[in-house]
Design a protein around this ligand. Structure first.
Ligand code: COA
Length: 373
């Protein structure tokens, strides 16, 4: 059975933080910390913290600003994390609420009613809790039926979710599958760490996967193939988990937030992903020169430029490999789908596109599609 993406949805938080605002808050924290530990620094017992800089952030990553669920908490040098009101168990979880907004937009574009959804996957990095699955909660508030489950393959989750959805639709196990990627990355980011305090932002995305012959929306992309790859690495890691309480000695908060070896990630992931895309396209009997668009995971601008160059054998234009990380930063699993959501309507029927998501694990996925309607 042929399958298709028939709708894409995006939820963007209202609040946004510029590099200058983030750096100002970080530098205030650094100054306060260094003043408090002035004597120890003077004795050489501790090292003074260094200022961050907007110029470095833009040059090293391509990021200018990021959306977030709570700007005030992140920018308060005494807090430096989003502050979220605790909700009772009877209210929708914040991540589910974000996912629902993206899901409803994707369904509207697909011309589908929520009650037609019979499979929900919440595929993302930063889960609100272990259980009940966010996907089951989202299915409940959406009013769908059938089954739902969560998938966590870090930043590559969207590609893994799309493969699981298309497999289920092909098998006849679902007719209208929803893959949702809500991310509150600011919740797991250490805003006191100069090396990475600028990296992440918050957003949610969703895609609808259906049999091609059921497509009723305005824009339809036939799924020509999906391919996934994983390769163990500790270079991007988050040690948060329910065993933190039991670990002895205990880790402390800094060690249960996001950490990475950015340079190593860059060096190792670029060949992994460019080889994945090139071989996938070729094995489908297609030519990369015919691919009109690459919706790449949005972590680092130079990294995406290099991946596109290795695949195409020349520099990609902004039209071929659109950039959204300048204003969204890295939104983990949502990044490649934000690029798809904001940059697909101009493609003509017959045009080929490749969505590629990649990140911790390492994990990477390639989704090759053709606009057919
Ligand atoms: N402000 C100013 N200077 C900073 C800084 C900041 N916020 N953070 C680091 N620096 C300094 C470092 O101290 C270092 O100084 P030195 O040369 O004197 O030692 C220098 O800038 C370079 O630091 P480095 O960490 O090597 O930067 P980089 O060029 O590798 O860029 C990343 C950092 C994170 C932007 C980049 O490595 C990256 O994006 N990698 C890919 C990561 C990725 O895709 N991860 C996926 C996550 S899901």
């Amino acid at each position: 059975m042929r399958t298709a993406i028939t709708g894409v949805g995006l939820f963007t938080p209202e609040q946004s933080i510029s590099n200058d605002e983030l750096v100002e808050s970080f530098n205030q924290y650094v100054d306060a910390h260094n003043a408090e530990h002035a004597e120890a620094i003077a004795r050489g017992d501790t090292v003074a913290l260094q200022h961050s800089s907007s110029e470095f952030i833009y040059k090293a990553s391509g990021i200018k600003s990021r959306y977030c669920v709570d700007k005030a908490g992140v920018l308060d040098p005494a807090v430096m994390h989003p502050v979220i009101a605790t909700r009772g168990n009877d209210a929708p979880s914040l991540m589910v609420e974000m996912g629902l907004a993206a899901a409803r937009e994707a369904l509207a574009r697909a011309g589908r009613r929520p009650e037609e959804v019979d499979m929900v996957l919440v595929a993302c990095s930063n889960m609100q809790r272990p259980y009940p699955a966010m996907a089951v909660e989202l299915q409940h508030y959406l009013g769908g039926h059938g089954f739902a489950y969560d998938i966590n393959v870090a930043c590559a989750s969207a590609a893994f979710g799309i493969q699981a959805a298309t497999d289920a639709v092909r098998q006849g196990n679902a007719r209208c599958a929803l893959v949702v990627n809500p991310e509150i990355c600011t919740g797991h980011l250490n805003f006191r760490n100069r090396d990475c305090h600028f990296i992440f932002g918050d957003a949610a995305t969703a895609v609808v996967v259906e049999p091609l012959d059921a497509a009723a929306g305005k824009v339809t992309f036939e799924l020509l193939g999906t391919r996934l790859v994983t390769q163990f690495s500790n270079n991007i890691r988050n040690n948060f988990g329910f065993l933190n309480r039991s670990e002895s000695p205990s880790r402390g908060w800094a060690d249960v937030l996001f950490t990475q070896e950015g340079r190593k990630v860059f060096k190792e992931v670029v060949p992994l992903v460019s080889e994945l895309i090139s071989s996938h396209v070729a094995d489908l009997g297609l030519a990369v020169k015919d691919v009109r668009r690459f919706w790449l995971h949005q972590a680092n601008l130079s990294m995406n430029q290099l991946i596109a160059k290795r695949v195409l054998g020349r520099d990609a234009t902004l039209e071929e490999a659109p950039v959204i990380l300048d204003r969204y930063a890295n939104t983990s699993s949502a990044g490649s789908v934000i690029a798809l959501s904001l940059h697909h309507e101009d493609l003509a029927v017959g045009d080929l596109g490749v969505l590629s998501a990649f990140g911790a694990g390492y994990s990477a996925g390639s989704v090759v599609m053709r606009r057919v309607g």
